[in-house]
Design a protein around this ligand. Structure first.
Ligand SMILES: [Zn+2]
Length: 220
């Protein structure tokens, strides 16, 4: 079977269109129905800025209190990591591992990889372990559940608020910001790092990159 990377099918009407090359922020629409075909990926500068923002928010979410309560004159608060450790004291101990991986460890790894790849690319260099880390980032993405963790924290906040005086800490705002920033990084944005490298450096590492920039003209 022959592949035609220069063509793209519309998800709305199945019309086959020629795949355009887009600049960051541009949107390609179907010639037949006007549906969205492709969106231009973020520039390396934008990706690096998002990666660094995510790193700062991740650190804040992990070291600053998220929620604090006052009970009988005593104040108690917890960080993101503290909420994970709370699971270890009960029969829910196995859950601690799942929660730690989903909202602390894997998002941290994902952010570190993103910073590593985007900053090296920004400097015009191929990051060490580029191919392996690109695949690792894709594999980690479905398992990072910062937004699910955020939802759990909000439910806890609403429940606790009806019983105690609840303080909202910097950590919860950092967590909310982190969920937004990570959602704003699309797989296509990270995949575009392939095309930012010199063809001679990425062609030997990944067959997908061997195609290089998409050709402007197709058959017919
Ligand atoms: Zn269409």
């Amino acid at each position: 079977m022959r592949a035609h990377p220069e063509l793209i099918a519309c998800m709305s009407c199945d019309t086959v269109n020629r795949r355009p090359r887009l600049e960051p922020g541009e949107v390609a629409v179907c010639a037949a129905c006007g549906g969205t075909l492709l969106r231009g990926h973020k520039s390396v500068q934008q990706l690096a800025a998002l990666a660094l923002t995510a790193a700062v928010l991740y650190l804040l979410a992990n070291v600053t209190p998220m929620i604090g309560i006052d009970l009988s004159g005593r104040h108690s608060d917890t960080t993101l990591w503290g909420s994970v450790l709370a699971f270890t004291d009960h029969v829910t101990a196995p859950m601690a591992l799942v929660v730690a991986m989903a909202i602390v460890v894997l998002p941290g790894l994902q952010i570190a990889i993103l910073c590593w790849l985007s900053l090296f690319t920004l400097a015009g260099k191929r990051a060490p372990l580029f191919t392996d880390l690109m695949r690792a980032w894709q594999s980690l993405r479905p398992w990072c559940m910062v937004e699910v963790g955020m939802l759990g924290i909000l439910v806890s906040y609403v429940k606790l608020k009806s019983l105690f005086h609840v303080d909202v800490g910097v950590g919860i705002w950092a967590m909310a910001g982190l969920a937004i920033v990570l959602t704003a990084v699309f797989p296509g944005d990270v995949q575009s790092l392939w095309s930012e490298l010199e063809p001679s450096t990425d062609r030997d590492a990944d067959p997908a990159a061997a195609a290089g920039p998409l050709p402007r003209s197709g058959p017919g």
